[in-house]
Design a protein. Structure first.
Length: 412
C-alpha cells in the first residue's frame, strides 16, 4: 500500500493493533500502526546488523509528525542500518550517556566530598571548606560538572578574592580547590571512597597551573609589648564578651578556639583547673589525652565575670543563637575594630598566645614548661614513648609564677 495522509486518516481502529506498511522501496519497513484506541504512530522495522533480530523504531504520532517528515526520519534511520549500525542500540547508548551525564559529579559534589574526607580524618577545616563553597564559589560553577572546570574558571573564583585585598585567603581557597581536585582524581582508587562517590571523570587538576597570590604566607611574628598588653587589658573599646575572651587567651596562653569553644563542665567547681578534652585540641590527631591547665585567682576572677555576663549553662562564650559557641572570625572582627579605633599596631587574636609565650620567657619560665602550659605536642621519643609523668605540680608552679609577674606588668 502506498501510504497517503488520506489512507492514514481513514484507517479505522480494530480490537487489536495492526500495521499499514508503505510500499516505498526506498524506505522499506516504513509504515504506521493503528492502535485499538485509534492512535496512529509511524514506525520503521528493520533487521539489526548487530544481532540479526527484527526490530522497530518509533518515529512519532500521526498529526504530531507529518507523513513527509516521518518518511525523512525513516530514511535517516534506514541509512544507519545500511551503514551497519543498529538505531535501537544507538538510541539506548545515547540514553545511557545522557543518564551518565546527569550523574556526573559537579564541582559542588567534589567540594562536599573533600569536606567529608576532611571530616573523616577529624579535620576542623571541613567547616571552612563548606563556608568557602557557599561564600566564594559562584553558583554557576557549583552546578557545573567537575571535569568541565577549567583553569579560567578557577581564576574566576580566586581573582575577586585577591582583588579585594585578601591575598592570603585567595591562596587558602586555591589550596582547598587543588586538594579537592586531587582527591577527585584518585577517589575511585581509595578504599574509603571507591564505589561511594559520583563519577567525576577528572583527568587533570585545573588548579595546578594557577599561581599563588603571594609567594609565601607571612609568618606570624607579632607579640604585644608590655605597654600594648596594658592598653588592651584596660580598654573600653571592646564589648565585654570580646574583651573577656581576649583576656582569657592572654592570661592562659591557650588557643583561640580552645577558649572560644570552652564549656563550663570543663572547669573544676573552684575554678582551679581547666581540663580541655582531647577531641577539642589541635593535637587531637597526635594524642587523645586531655590538656590540663592550672588556674589561679586571676583566672577565677575572669571566669566569674564571664559567668555573670553570659548566663549560659553550657558555653562560656555563646553565639547569638545560644546553641553554639562564638565563631573564630567574630573575635577577628572585634580585634580589627579595636585596632582601627585605638590606633594600635595590627595584631590577631592568636598573637596573644605568642605574647603569653614571649612574656613567659621574659619571666624566666623555661621553654619546656611554657610548651606544656600551652598544650604543645611533645614529639621527642622520650616524651611520646616513655615519660608518663603529668607535670601537674610543675605546671601549676609555672602558671603561678607567670600570673604573679603578669599582674606586675598590668600594675595590679
Amino acid at each position: 500500500m502506498h501510504l497517503t495522509d488520506r489512507t492514514i486518516r481513514d484507517a479505522k481502529p480494530r480490537q487489536t493493533a495492526y500495521r499499514l506498511r508503505d510500499d516505498n522501496i526506498v524506505c522499506r519497513g516504513f509504515g504506521v500502526v493503528i492502535a485499538p484506541s485509534g492512535a496512529k504512530s509511524f514506525f520503521l522495522s528493520y533487521t539489526s546488523p548487530e544481532d540479526g533480530k527484527r526490530k522497530q523504531v518509533a518515529l512519532g504520532r500521526f498529526r504530531d509528525v507529518s507523513l513527509r517528515d516521518a518518511r525523512l526520519k525513516a530514511s535517516e534511520v534506514r541509512g544507519l542500518v545500511d551503514q551497519g549500525k543498529d538505531p535501537a542500540f544507538e538510541r539506548r547508548a545515547d540514553i545511557a550517556a545522557r543518564i551518565a551525564k546527569r550523574e556526573l559529579g559537579t564541582l559542588g559534589d567534589l567540594l562536599e566530598l573533600y569536606a567529608s574526607d576532611l571530616e573523616h580524618d577529624g579535620k576542623r577545616t571541613a567547616k571552612e571548606v563548606r563556608r568557602i563553597t557557599a561564600k566564594d564559589v559562584p553558583a554557576a560553577l557549583i552546578s557545573r560538572p567537575a571535569h568541565l572546570i577549567s583553569r579560567d574558571d578557577i581564576l574566576d573564583i580566586l581573582t575577586p578574592i585577591a582583588q579585594r585585598g585578601a591575598l592570603v585567603h585567595s591562596d587558602n581557597v586555591r589550596a582547598f580547590l587543588r586538594a579537592a581536585f586531587e582527591l577527585g582524581l584518585h577517589a575511585q582508587s581509595m578504599t574509603r571512597w571507591r564505589g561511594r562517590t559520583k563519577d567525576f571523570q577528572i583527568t587533570f587538576n585545573p588548579v595546578a597551573t594557577v599561581r599563588k597570590s603571594v609567594s609565601r604566607k607571612p609568618v606570624g611574628m607579632r607579640a604585644l609589648s608590655e605597654d600594648e598588653v596594658r592598653q588592651l587589658w584596660r580598654t573600653d573599646l571592646l564589648t565585654p564578651q570580646m574583651h573577656l575572651a581576649l583576656k582569657l587567651i592572654l592570661a592562659t596562653g591557650q588557643r583561640v578556639e580552645e577558649v572560644l569553644h570552652a564549656r563550663w563542665d570543663e572547669f573544676s567547681g573552684d575554678f582551679t583547673l581547666w581540663t580541655i578534652p582531647g577531641e577539642r585540641r589541635k593535637t587531637r590527631n597526635k594524642t587523645a589525652e586531655p590538656h590540663l591547665v592550672p588556674l589561679t585567682e586571676l583566672h577565677r576572677r575572669l571566669l566569674e565575670e564571664v559567668r555573670s555576663l553570659s548566663g549560659d549553662a553550657k558555653h562560656l562564650f555563646p553565639a547569638k543563637n545560644r546553641s553554639e559557641p562564638l565563631r573564630y572570625d567574630s573575635l577577628n572582627h572585634a580585634v580589627r575594630r579595636f585596632i582601627g579605633a585605638s590606633g594600635m599596631v595590627s595584631f590577631s587574636p592568636r598573637d596573644l598566645r605568642r605574647t603569653f609565650k614571649t612574656l613567659g620567657g621574659s619571666f624566666g619560665i623555661s621553654l619546656e614548661m611554657r610548651n606544656r602550659l600551652q598544650g604543645h605536642a611533645m614529639t621527642d621519643i622520650g616524651s611520646v614513648s616513655y615519660d608518663r609523668w603529668g607535670y601537674a605540680p610543675e605546671k601549676r608552679e609555672a602558671m603561678a609564677r607567670f600570673v604573679h609577674k603578669f599582674e606586675a606588668v598590668l600594675g595590679e
